[in-house]
Design a protein around this ligand. Structure first.
Ligand code: SF4
Length: 413
């Protein structure tokens, strides 16, 4: 029944990896799945904003409409028990719980307090549970911040930079601007009393903005880290500005200008995750994120109704793309480790299409973020729709790093 549920929601079949990726064959080669380490909990499925690029409300999957608004205490208890069981079974010394939505603060301080307490009580001895929260900051009041500080919840805030860019895209459902409220929440979070809870900022790239201006406006909040995200899209629904002519690399150009500003700063201003990861990979390390590199993804999502899902950016591909057909009331997380979509995100280079396998930067690029590879008919075994941008950006960063290393070698030699 489970696989039927998945099949029914897919527009074309079979599309890689569904019904095509041989989990059993992989196991015969000695491959074993990695246990999940990051659990993204959709504690509230609605949002008090309606950002124009949001993959939850404005892209292919409209599954949020069928979800209960908030996660029930029963689902919280069932999820905490499953996470604890997974940690115990795999001997995990740490698991990360990300409070997500929609807008997680709509769940209210009482439910969030209850959730964290239940997870902490359920955790087996020897497993540390760390909590983070991703919010638009509109409801980030002192009560919420006291709760975050008290429980050690790291708060990440989504904000699009300068006034004009933020207010054009991050709007309320009635179309009105939201920056003033986000700034209020950010001011409280970054105040001396609460700044220990500040985890960083997240900004979705807008090609119409100036990258240096956006970066410097974000820097004003003194974030410990900034995450710049490519807008979600794929070969069926191209991201804004990602035209078919592959000589155009608008996202690489935008990010290269940002990289030059960040990398050339006289002192380290903030961690910039995409660049940190690319540099680590260029130097032969591993990435800690799924957006670049070939490191197995260990992220799983639990929806407000308790459904176990894959990474929710897949919702940008087609309706039901993130579904596994599993539920915390019936299934443990190990069952999800056998789902073709999860396996595909754990097998590194074996999941790449032919073009990526031949590409000289595939160890760094990793074929791009998995949801961005979708093409009807061939599913997710394609290069990223951002391929030309990723290639150029990696070359740009590589050239800067190489030049610096050469200079350092000459100085010491
Ligand atoms: S740059 Fe393009 S071809 Fe190369 S690994 Fe990335 S997506 Fe694949």
């Amino acid at each position: 029944m489970r696989s039927l549920h998945i099949e029914e929601q897919r527009p074309y079949r079979p599309e890689w990896p569904h019904g095509v990726l041989p989990d059993a064959e992989l196991r015969r080669t000695g491959w074993r799945p990695e246990p999940f380490r990051q659990f993204v909990l959709k504690v509230h499925s609605r949002c008090n904003l309606s950002c124009t690029y949001c993959y939850v409300y404005h892209q292919a999957d409209q599954g949020w409409r069928a979800q209960p608004a908030a996660m029930s205490r029963r689902t919280v208890a069932a999820t905490a028990a499953r996470v604890a069981d997974h940690a115990r079974r795999h001997g995990l010394s740490e698991v990360q719980v990300v409070l997500h939505g929609g807008e997680p603060l709509l769940a209210g301080a009482d439910l969030l307090d209850h959730l964290v307490t239940v997870f902490q009580c359920a955790a087996p001895t020897g497993t540390h549970v760390s909590f983070s929260l991703q919010t638009n900051a509109v409801l980030l009041d002192e009560r919420m911040l006291d709760l975050c500080l008290g429980h050690g919840i790291r708060v990440g805030v989504s904000v699009d930079g300068g006034v004009e860019h933020h207010n054009r895209r991050r709007v309320r459902r009635n179309g009105t601007e939201s920056l003033a409220d986000t700034q209020g929440g950010l001011a409280r979070l970054t105040s001396e009393r609460f700044s220990a809870a500040f985890g960083g900022l997240l900004c979705v790239i807008d090609l119409e903005s100036d990258p240096v201006e956006v970066y410097e406006s974000l820097l004003a909040w003194r974030p410990p880290a900034v995450d710049f995200l490519l807008p979600h899209g794929n070969w069926l629904a191209r991201p804004p500005g990602r035209v078919a002519d592959e000589r155009d690399t608008p996202y690489a150009d935008w990010l290269a200008a940002l990289f030059d500003r960040w990398y050339s700063a006289p002192e380290h201003e903030t961690d910039l995750r995409l660049f940190d990861e690319i540099i680590a990979l260029l130097l032969g390390g591993r990435s800690r994120v799924e957006t670049v590199g070939l490191t197995p993804s260990t992220v799983v999502v639990v929806e407000t109704d308790g459904s176990i899902e894959q990474v929710d950016a897949l919702k940008s591909a087609y309706h039901g793309a993130a579904s596994t057909g599993l539920h915390v009331n019936r299934d443990d997380f190990d069952a999800a480790l056998h789902h073709p979509g999860i396996v595909a995100r754990q097998i590194g280079a074996a999941a790449l299409g032919e073009e990526c396998a031949r590409c000289p930067v595939h160890q760094v690029c990793g074929g791009g973020y998995y949801p961005h590879r979708y093409r009807p008919g061939t599913g997710f075994r394609n290069r990223s729709v951002y391929c030309p941008d990723l290639f150029d950006l990696i070359m740009h960063i590589g050239n800067r790093i190489r030049a610096d290393l050469d200079r350092a070698r000459h100085r010491t030699g």
